[in-house]
Design a protein around this ligand. Sequence first.
Ligand code: NAP
Length: 365
Amino acid sequence: MRKIMQEKLKVAVLGGTGMVGQRFVSLLDNHPWFEVTTIAASPRSAGKTYAEAIGDRWKMTTPMPEAVKNIIVKDVSDVENVAKDVDFCFSAVDMSKEEIKAIEERYAKTETPVVSNNSAHRWTPDVPMIIPEVNPEHAEIIEAQKKRLGTTNGFIAVKPNCSIQSYAPVLHAWREFEPTKVLVSTYQAISGAGKTFKDWPEMVGNVIPFISGEEEKSEKEPLRIFGHIEGDHIEPATSPLITSQCIRVPVLNGHTATVFVDFKKKPTKEELIKLLVEYKGEPQRLELPSAPKQFIQYLQDDNRPQVALDVDFERGFGISIGRLREDTMFDYKFVGLSHNTVRGAAGGAVLGAELLKAKGYIHKK
Ligand SMILES: NC(=O)c1ccc[n+]([C@@H]2O[C@H](COP(=O)([O-])OP(=O)(O)OC[C@H]3O[C@@H](n4cnc5c(N)ncnc54)[C@H](OP(=O)(O)O)[C@@H]3O)[C@@H](O)[C@H]2O)c1
């Protein structure tokens, strides 16, 4: 029997000319469910074709998809005009937090769901912040949000910061042993700041011990992910306590984290590894198009995970863990690695949108 082709959902990428926007455009090329039909950016790019607006700013290693080259870029602020032809949008604009908050709400109020890569709404109490494998049930808060916004279909959903992706899913996989204290240092790639070595030559051979706002996100966002719905808001969890330092390192793609953990119930190393490699979530059960088959891999060699060898595990949607061993001060320590612009940014949002479509929150207008 011939399979009936489902019509793809039409998508706008807000901030489509930026680093994360380019990643969205690349990941959505030939996507089975979604099709980029609209791209919006600043007034500087509006009115030009996507290829003209990008000029020499293309930062992906794969070529610009043919299907988007001639799309005429719109102005993000021209909300009605951008929203009218699409079923939902991805947001990766770089504006002030207040401007992003306001503009994403304006899109939602046109009955256009927004799946955002930005941090502006991560602490809005009725906006779900989702890692699809970890807290898919937080999507249920969307009903409370729609009530507040006065919408039928429009809402905002966000993904968490790139820095937490190398350890938050791991702590979740180990939740039955109740992690109580976590000390983490992250070694973050320059693409996390929207840069390559060409436009940030000072990073060659350099380390910068400060990333604005990152430590607070690394410590607090996991608690909101591990939280639960209480009435009209997400109530963050109160443990584990997390302390962090976030360092910029001369790496193009891939955030590494070195992590120390204390547990209430101390597990064996074998128990911990088993929980990681057997970890499956809704994306795997629902077989979502971008879902990694194996979400978390454990590498036995002492010199893994390495950025150069492991960052593209499962097309950048998987997480690599290694060097799990007992510690002298904490119960255990390990090293984690994730792709900051795939799992940590655009890819995490695409997987989130697939989850929201599968659960009926995103559909044809
Ligand atoms: N890079 C990462 O890995 C990462 C990870 C997580 C979160 N983020 C967040 O994602 C957002 C985008 O990051 P990025 O690295 O892709 O930044 P980027 O490369 O600087 O791109 C910024 C995008 O926003 C648009 N823009 C800038 N000012 C605007 C305005 N006034 N009105 C409308 N559009 C405007 C730009 O359009 P023009 O091209 O026309 O200027 C461009 O499309 C930021 O909020 C960033 O904090 C980034």
